[in-house]
Design a protein around this ligand. Structure first.
Ligand code: SR1
Ligand code: MG
Length: 408
């Protein structure tokens, strides 16, 4: 009997042996080495390499407890969800997600393509790398992966079947708590707040009743608006990139929710990169180059998303009523308002909540980190409270300029 017939958490040796057992092509004469390379909050990721041929493969296994906190228990079903959405996204956005070779529901493990030659985008951005094609590429991914999963394009019964297939209660609960609740009321006492900003956060976030009400409304939209099959955690740590190509991966938070959630997450996380560059790059020319590119890319993403979304909607809408004059504009307007809201909520939770982002936490100069966090929170409040007025890329740039100018 194979040792992989009942679930246990693998170590590096188990993972290498597992690949040999599950993928016969790795068997004959393979000289395997294995490294655990996961740096996320939830799972174990192993790179298994055959020294003879240089080929490598990824084993990703879901543990029953999260890595960020052993007290957080999670259903290992997230592996099924992740492998399934990756297969669907491979159809909608070919070549933009890693190929899944196998999903094993016993070990809750997936064998997938190694995204060799690509760097985690957050790491690249923290090295102040510029990716000129990113705006074009990510808007292709967003429009295709999202729109194709909606009632606009899909047969409605098939779409409802998908909604059922992607019910993801444990991971949704994490977002409902970490994104939509705890940053406003620290009832689990696990928010990580940078102490020099504690008073600012008390006043500007915890005591802002209007903001809390908007977050409450948005929480219920997130839970009840089964619009599109969303990635659900589309930050720059969920992208592997190089100068020519990108992979979007790690969609274990996927479920049917508001599509603006994915678009807004990208925008918020790009701005974290701007803050890092602004605080850390000493050379003025280099700082302007990197930060300028980030701003230009935020604008480009919003504007290209709108253009491509409209075009794809007109070409692909199958529902008779969705083709009614005026409906596309009405639909897109709500996606754009959800986008600004999600950008705001993601920004707030990465500063005030439990799971912070390295772009900001690595800023060693206290004064500069204080400033970066205040800019982010000020901007985020504008995104959330005035979400219906963010209709194009320029609206984002103007809001960023207003927030930055308060902390010169
Ligand atoms: C307990 S998990 C914390 C965060 O890490 C993931 O990447 C998600 O963003 C989640 O909210
Ligand atoms: Mg992740």
């Amino acid at each position: 009997m194979s040792k992989y017939e009942s679930y246990f958490l693998m170590g590096v040796e188990d993972a290498a042996e597992y690949v040999k057992e599950k993928l016969p092509s790795f068997q004959k004469g393979a000289v395997l080495s294995c490294q655990e390379i996961g740096d996320g909050n939830l799972n174990y990721v192993f790179r298994v390499k055959d020294a003879r041929t240089g080929t490598s493969i990824i084993v990703k296994q879901a543990g029953e407890e999260t890595r960020i906190s052993r007290e957080m228990k999670l259903s290992t079903d997230r592996g099924r969800i992740e492998s399934r959405i990756l297969r669907l996204q491979a159809q909608s956005a070919p070549g933009m997600v890693p190929a899944v070779y196998l999903y094993d529901s016993v070990m809750c493990a997936m064998l997938m393509e190694d995204m060799d030659g690509h760097t985690m985008m957050r790491t690249g951005l923290m090295n102040h790398e510029i990716y000129p094609l990113f705006g074009e590429q990510i808007t292709d991914f967003l429009v295709n992966s999202l729109l194709n999963s909606t009632d606009v394009v899909m047969d409605h019964k098939a779409k409802k079947e998908r909604v059922r297939e992607f019910i993801n209660p444990d991971l949704c609960e994490i977002s409902e708590n970490l994104v939509y609740s705890e940053p406003y009321v620290d009832y689990n006492h696990r928010n990580n707040v940078f102490l020099p900003n504690a008073e600012f956060i008390e006043k500007e976030i915890y005591e802002d009743k209007e903001l809390r009400l908007e977050a409450a409304k948005l929480k219920f939209d997130f839970m009840n608006h089964a619009q599109a099959l969303i990635h659900g955690d589309l930050h720059t740590g969920s992208i592997f990139i190089n100068q020519e190509h990108l992979f979007v991966f790690d969609p274990e938070f996927a479920f049917y929710g508001p599509m603006g959630y994915d678009v807004g997450n990208i925008i918020a996380n790009l701005f974290f990169a701007w803050c890092n560059g602004d605080a850390v790059i000493d050379n003025e020319g280099e700082r302007e180059k990197f930060c300028g590119w980030v701003l230009q890319t935020i604008e480009e993403i919003v504007d290209k998303f709108i253009l491509k979304f409209k075009k794809a909607f007109m070409e692909r809408a199958a529902d008779l009523m969705a083709k009614t004059e005026g409906f596309l504009d009405y639909y897109l307007e709500s996606v754009l308002s959800d986008t600004a809201a999600a950008a705001g909520l993601e920004s707030i939770r990465r500063i005030v909540g439990m799971a912070n982002v390295k772009d900001i936490t690595v800023i060693a100069d206290e004064r500069k980190r204080v400033r970066a966090e205040r800019i982010i929170l000020t901007l985020a409040k504008d995104y959330v409270k005035n979400r219906t007025s963010f209709k194009c890329g320029k609206d984002y740039l103007e809001s960023i300029e207003r927030a930055v100018s308060q902390y010169r």
